[in-house]
Design a protein around this ligand. Structure first.
Ligand code: NAP
Length: 290
């Protein structure tokens, strides 16, 4: 039997706890607030930011999307970030990626204060992750955090397991490799220059694909040990959403598999809300001096 690792029951379970935390914060005078900086009109970014705002609002988190024109210059972007950093009522902010090409030089990873960096990309937060610091004390990148939560909910252990991650981006693959290593998995991090990916995936207990190519993972990637397959990819074919995995082809060969849609995507949004609440709680502790 193959288990489908749907996000819905996890999101439902965690939402209740988050609502209670938000309500507790509000009673203590802190209204959790997120600011999202969106530059331009990249259609997937418009959709992602809208979904994130909607989910935050269902929890009682204030969320403002600061929508800047596609030709916004570097100075305007920097001053927008600075306003968020200085705003005493802003607990988290992030920049929806990708930025337009003329802003690619902007060193965004260093600009948002680490304590407001709800995307977990600031070098200080990544550095602490590299040091193996307890994740519960950190703001960690949302997609890896969501994947770990999904595995935990479905009681799929990491300790002692062999994991292959395909894709080494700073947003997904690289931090996920650190987090899974911190959970005592043995991780192989693959990328476009890896020779013979199947050599690694076919002996893995868990395979994660974060490549961004439909049907990238087919049955040639799956060994006889019925692995767990986590599909991070978000692609479209003829207007329909799909992941990196040929779901129907490999489903029967796996012990567990995430669907697209309804798998890693909603877990990423959940993690963002958890990071905003954690940032607001830390802000409250700092202002009480504890
Ligand atoms: P990215 O920055 O483009 O990284 C893609 C990675 O895939 C790179 O490391 C690249 O290797 C590797 N790659 C490309 N072609 C490959 C090949 N033929 N063989 C092996 N590796 C290959 O993308 P990303 O931001 O990590 O996102 C990856 C996918 O996940 C996209 O579809 C994105 O939309 C999706 N995503 C989903 C969520 C979610 O919440 N579900 C969140 C974030 C991203 P090199 O490093 O060598 O170039």
């Amino acid at each position: 039997m193959t288990r489908i690792l749907a996000a819905k029951p996890v999101v439902e379970k965690d939402t209740q706890g988050l609502k209670e935390k938000v309500s507790g914060l509000k009673k203590s005078g802190i209204s959790p607030r997120l600011e999202v900086i969106l530059v331009g009109d990249h259609p997937p970014s418009l959709l992602y930011t809208k979904n994130k705002k909607k989910f935050c609002q269902t929890l009682g988190i204030e969320c403002e999307i600061i929508h800047l024109d596609g030709d916004t210059n570097e100075q305007t972007l920097l001053s927008t970030i600075e306003r968020g950093n200085e705003g005493p009522h802003v607990h988290g902010q992030f920049i929806q990626l990708p930025l337009p090409p003329h802003l690619h030089r902007v060193p965004i990873k260093d600009l948002i204060l680490p304590e407001k960096d709800v995307d977990g990309l600031h070098l200080q937060n990544v550095g602490r992750l590299c040091q193996g610091e307890d994740e519960s004390r950190l703001l960690t990148p949302c997609t890896p955090k969501g994947i770990l939560r999904l595995l935990h909910y479905y009681e799929i252990p990491l300790s002692g397991k062999d994991v292959t991650i395909i894709g080494r981006s700073p947003l997904v693959g690289t931090p996920l490799s650190l987090m899974m290593t911190n959970h005592n998995a043995t991780v192989t991090l693959c990328h476009s220059k890896t020779v013979n990916l199947q050599k690694f995936t076919r002996i893995s207990d868990i395979i994660v694909s974060a490549v961004g190519r439909p049907h990238f993972i087919d049955k040639s990637f799956i060994g006889s040990n019925r692995p767990t397959v986590i599909d991070v990819g978000i692609n479209t074919i003829e207007g329909r959403l799909c992941g990196d995995v040929s779901f129907h082809e490999i489903k029967g060969l796996c012990s567990a598999i995430t669907p697209v849609p309804g798998g890693v995507g909603p877990m990423t949004v959940l993690s963002l809300a958890q990071n905003v609440v954690a940032a607001a709680q830390s802000c409250g502790r700092r202002s009480r001096g504890s």
